[in-house]
Design a protein around this ligand. Structure first.
Ligand SMILES: O=C(O)C(=O)CO
Length: 303
């Protein structure tokens, strides 16, 4: 091979290598641009399910930071954050979907909690009115030795009947959350000892109160663990349901393919009932990018 031919081949090889490098760089740039566009464009495009998010799941992220991510994703509302953060998140344009009250442990099943429960619920109703939130959460509380089911029912109904006229007068809905008592692996994956752990029992309490301002908070994750048959129950109880929560089951993680609930089908069933209130994402992110998990959950539920 002549020198000039060798030089020519070497120069050709270098040129090809340069072209390949440029192609690789531009492919990497395209992927980066696509990722950036995906991460900054709304995951929610249909918006037929009005989505919210439970703030506690994303701790220790400050509410305002979570709220900014929600805006970018297309999530409309937020809940489960301190009321002191409501002014900042509403200023960003997010709604408050649900106001907290007395917590799930010390509930009206035990009359010793009644004064505290009533004060917290009234205060929460005032906060809901102030910030335009439609609902306030309530719970039954934990089972207590000496209080049987008949007495627990009476105690709960007595307390809620005391507060309900105030909720009705202010057009705020009290929503009773059913929780699972089976998962004892983590303080927020299940609540062993919670009395309202049978969704039919909660439905019965809601029916006995017989008010459009007292409804069931149907937490899809908790119902799946305790009772299952999610879509049939949604179809059956939808006139009594005032709020929904999500999470993957088992484990209360992401709404991905590793868990057992078919969320798009569940969301379609919810829409078919004519539901127009909020569905709040309430899963505990397991990935090292919780906001990517939230974005994915929002996309999955955007049917
Ligand atoms: O575990 C839940 O879903 C609760 O809301 C308890 O606060």
């Amino acid at each position: 091979m002549s020198l000039s031919r060798r030089n020519l081949l070497a120069a050709g090889g270098a040129a090809l290598a340069a072209v390949a490098t440029r192609q690789t760089v531009s492919r990497a740039e395209d992927v980066a641009k696509e990722t950036a566009a995906r991460d900054s464009s709304p995951a929610i495009t249909k918006g037929r399910i009005h989505q919210s998010v439970m703030g506690w799941c994303f701790k220790p992220m400050p509410s305002i930071e979570l709220a900014k991510h929600c805006k970018a994703i297309g999530i409309e509302a937020i809940e489960g954050i301190p009321a002191s953060d409501y002014p900042a998140v509403t200023k960003l344009g997010l709604k408050i979907s649900l106001v907290g009250s007395h917590g799930f442990q010390a509930g009206p099943l035990d009359p010793e909690n009644h004064a505290m429960n009533e004060a917290k619920l009234r205060e929460a109703i005032d906060t809901a009115v102030k910030f335009g939130a439609p609902s306030v959460i309530t719970f039954t509380g934990m089972r207590k030795t000496g209080i049987d089911d008949r007495q627990a029912t009476k105690n709960c109904l007595d307390l809620w009947k005391r507060v309900l006229p105030y909720a009705e007068a202010n057009d705020i809905t009290l929503v009773l959350e059913h929780l699972n008592s089976r998962d004892d692996t983590h303080p927020m994956k299940g609540h062993p000892g919670y009395w309202g752990d049978d969704v039919e029992l909660c439905v019965d309490l809601v029916k006995q109160l017989d008010s459009p301002r007292f409804k069931l908070l149907f937490d899809i994750y908790h119902v799946q663990i305790m009772n299952g048959d999610i879509i049939r129950r949604i179809r059956e109880y939808h006139p009594l349901i005032g709020h929904y929560h999500t999470a993957g089951a088992p484990g209360r993680g992401e709404l991905n393919d590793d868990q057992e609930i078919n969320y798009p089908a569940v969301m379609r069933a919810i829409l078919e009932t004519g539901y127009s209130q909020y569905v709040a994402q309430e899963f505990i992110p397991t990935s090292n990018d919780p906001i990517a998990s939230l974005r994915e959950a929002a996309r999955v539920c955007d049917v």
